[in-house]
Design a protein around this ligand. Sequence first.
Ligand SMILES: Cc1cc2nc3c(=O)[nH]c(=O)nc-3n(C[C@H](O)[C@H](O)[C@H](O)COP(=O)(O)O)c2cc1C
Length: 441
Amino acid sequence: MSGRPLHFTAFIWPNGYHESAWRVVDDDVREVLRLSYYTEIGRIAERGLLDSIFLADNIAIPEYRVTHLPQTQFDPVVVLSALTAVTDRIGLIGTGSTTYSKPWDLARRFATLDHLSGGRAGWNIVTTTTPLVAANFGEHSHPEHADRYAQAHEFVDVVQQVWDGWDDDAVVGDRGRGIWGDRAKLHAPHFRGDHYEVEGILPFPRSPQGRPVLVQAGQSSAGIGLAARYADLVFSGPPSPQAAVDHRTQLRARAAAAGRDPDHVLVLPALMVTLGGTEAEARAKARHLDELRSPEFRWQNLLYMTGHHPDEFDPDVPLPAKLYTGERLPTSGAQRLYAAAREQPDLPLRELARQLAQGPTQNHFVGTPEQLADHVIAWQDAGAADGFTIMGSTLPGELSTFVDHVVPILQARGRFRTGYAGETLRDHLGLERPAAHRATN
Ligand SMILES: Cc1cc2nc3c(=O)[nH]c(=O)nc-3n(C[C@H](O)[C@H](O)[C@H](O)COP(=O)(O)O)c2cc1C
């Protein structure tokens, strides 16, 4: 292979990542609730020799979304466990929240997945942004951003200690002497921290990868700090190529400052793709999807993404000025909305949302397989990416096209594997199996 190999993960979303996907695909609308949907995507990704498939996790959904989008937020580890039986090589990455899980339990679930899959598990570490989750878990409030990240550091520390609780050679299996395992090779965490206390070992030996692959997608300084310290793989959502270079450069520098080899932190920006045999065909597909976008969903989602409850707003009147004239600093998501509302204070909310949604989406690639291959290589050569998180605008169609038409071009150009070299997700990513670390606390 010439140069550094590319890496790809396939993002699984019901019917595809475009909000109109479910209205254009032919399948029965309930197909996305069946295991066969996930099986098909897993097999396509494996046929294309991709590194992994990825399942997000949203543990609270606002009800307005049910009107507009398919809702299929199953427990990712449960779905991925089922896929271990029908795939052999593809990495299986699932999301788990540090704010709304217990570290020992989460460590057990992902290590189980790693065992059952023969070393293909990855954990996407999230701190959970939506405050709606708190009420589902019996909490009175959702912790602030900085507190969530402080807690996440301790959480991941503990999880790693739990994963390292058995030496790799702890299972003896000596039938003659009647010794199944060597107690001297167990190292219970005995962890006492600010947020967690975790005492004992897992009820099974260390998993094939030692530690499942750690993934992170935080974009804030605190998020990048968590990724720099722990993540093997980072998903990002950069608004421009320059932002992608800046994000990756910063992440690598902070990983190096944390004593890690920056080449062991791979960055895969998220990219929605719509492909066609010709550029005109791809554009027509993307236009059709865009035309079907719901104006109701637009304004409701805009408000929700900026931390508000859409049910409390009237879309036919302007956004209340008190929202954007207050002392409180807006979140990064809200800044664009508030700036637009300040510029046109008399514009009804629905119209404001329509204007904000116009224009090409930076992270939506529309074109031919040849053009996408050029794009991927250009980003890699510019230092903006080590590969991509591919989000088919419709699924499984766009993923099939990627696998059958983009992957061969990248292979011919010497940028992508022509066969899996190893068995585990760490093998695919070119990462070593970590030795068990012994804590000193
Ligand atoms: C590709 C991608 C996938 C993500 N998946 C999830 C997810 O499944 N669940 C979740 O709660 N957050 C998810 N996030 C959100 C991030 O974890 C993170 O909270 C967000 O990017 C904001 O960054 P910050 O937490 O550093 O402020 C995802 C982000 C990206 C870019």
